[in-house]
Design a protein around this ligand. Structure first.
Ligand SMILES: [Zn+2]
Length: 408
């Protein structure tokens, strides 16, 4: 266990403002009969007093999170498949629209984006340390290196294959505590006019919605436009564009270029000004967020206890990584939620990390609807509610907790 004593980016002092308690690995789904000791760490968040980077106070070793059995498949959601296909086509029509273009993706998962680049016959390479999903990418015709992207591996690719026009990452960069090595790797690999583009959950949205379940082991950093700007400048880059994305509960796509290579879009300064106006980095705003998180926990647990006392049946929907934070922070176990249904075969017939709620396939849900369903996968609410319209038609009610606890 690695205890963080200073900012992982600049070495400044990190002030803790939220403690979500003892937590398991968010993706460690266990067999019901597995009685091996479970790994726990303390999930707490702080902000650096110097560079303003919001980060976890404790670091989980990466091999514990990203391994052969990593269960998250990016292609699992139709909305995300469409998002990444559109993203790939965007790059193919702009940055990659010349001879011998080269795109590298960090954390390519099952190849959901790079397969479109591969199909277009454009040179590409994915880094994916989780062997299971990397094999799926390879099977889809994507070139993959089953290893972590860092300074040494990036330099090796540059030496063997030349500079990249685009380095892209989705829901990956915020996972990486040793971001200094990643930025030095990008510096080694990127061409003079290349772009390093990454999209991750936006801390500004997390605060606005009190979506504290975006905080879990894999999300080591919670970015703002300001903290990413400062990060970029520290490593010889500049933040030249940002784009708000509606996926995963609110993200930003950041575009970095070499310092001076491109003119920043007005969107960057506008977003910085908006963050300043709402005092996003102010200590009282951060402690206010922590107070709101505790209020959601109290409301949600009170509601579930009342429903169970009334004899109602309650299931949950979506055994997401972020639901581990909610269940373990709130103490929601099988006594309050009898099972959670999920479409991922690797999670089914296992139990959730820490609280050990059984995971069932969606057929269990559709076979006999509960009275209430706690929507853990709230970021896919529209997609799920459309697919499960029979639940509401039968009198079932959804329970949400972002931005506050509500029944609908
Ligand atoms: Zn710092």
């Amino acid at each position: 266990m690695c205890r963080v004593t200073g900012c992982r980016i600049c070495g400044g002092a990190v002030e803790e403002f939220l403690d979500l308690g003892r937590q398991p690995l968010s993706d460690a789904f266990r067999r019901p009969d597995d009685d091996a000791e479970e790994f726990f760490y303390r999930l707490a968040v702080g902000q650096c007093g110097d560079c303003t980077m919001v980060q976890l106070m404790e670091e989980v070793p990466r091999e514990r999170m990203f391994h052969e059995d990593y269960p998250y498949h990016s292609s699992g959601s139709a909305v995300m498949r469409e998002h990444f296909t559109r993203t790939a086509l965007g790059f193919l029509g702009t940055e990659l629209d010349h001879d011998d273009a080269f795109m590298v993706e960090i954390g390519c998962n099952d190849g959901v984006l790079l397969r479109t680049v591969a199909d277009a016959g454009v040179r590409h390479l994915g880094f994916e340390p989780s062997g299971g999903v990397a094999a799926l990418a390879a099977a889809a015709g994507v070139r993959v290196r089953t290893e972590f992207f860092e300074e040494e591996t990036a330099a090796a690719v540059r030496a063997a294959e030349g500079p990249a026009d685009v380095i892209f990452a989705a829901n990956t960069i915020c996972h990486i505590p040793y971001l200094d090595s990643v930025l030095r790797g990008a510096d080694a690999l990127l061409g003079p006019d290349g772009v390093f583009v990454f999209e991750d959950p936006y801390w500004g949205d997390i605060v606005a919605k009190t979506s504290f379940d975006q905080i879990y082991d894999e999300h080591f950093y919670l970015f703002t436009v300001r903290s990413v700007s400062e990060l970029a400048e520290r490593f010889g880059f500049a933040l030249v564009d940002i784009e708000r994305l509606p996926v995963h509960g609110g993200e930003i796509r950041y575009t970095l270029a070499r310092a001076g290579a491109r003119t920043p879009s007005p969107a960057v300064a506008e977003a910085r000004a908006a963050e300043d106006a709402r005092r996003l980095t102010a200590p009282d705003v951060l402690t206010g967020f922590a107070t709101s998180v505790a209020a959601i926990r109290d409301d949600l647990v009170a509601l579930l206890r009342t429903l169970r006392a009334e004899g109602r049946t309650v299931a949950a929907y979506g055994a997401t990584a972020k639901s581990a934070t909610v269940a373990n922070y709130c103490g929601i176990g099988p006594d309050l939620v009898s099972y959670v249904c999920d479409t991922t075969p690797a999670k089914q017939h296992r139990v959730t990390p820490g609280m050990h709620i059984p995971v069932e396939p969606p057929e269990t849900f559709a076979g006999s609807y509960p009275d209430y369903a706690l929507l853990f996968a709230w970021n896919h609410a529209e997609e799920i509610m459309a697919k499960e319209e029979g639940f509401r038609a039968s009198g079932g009610k959804w329970i949400g907790y972002v931005p506050d606890v509500r029944v609908s």
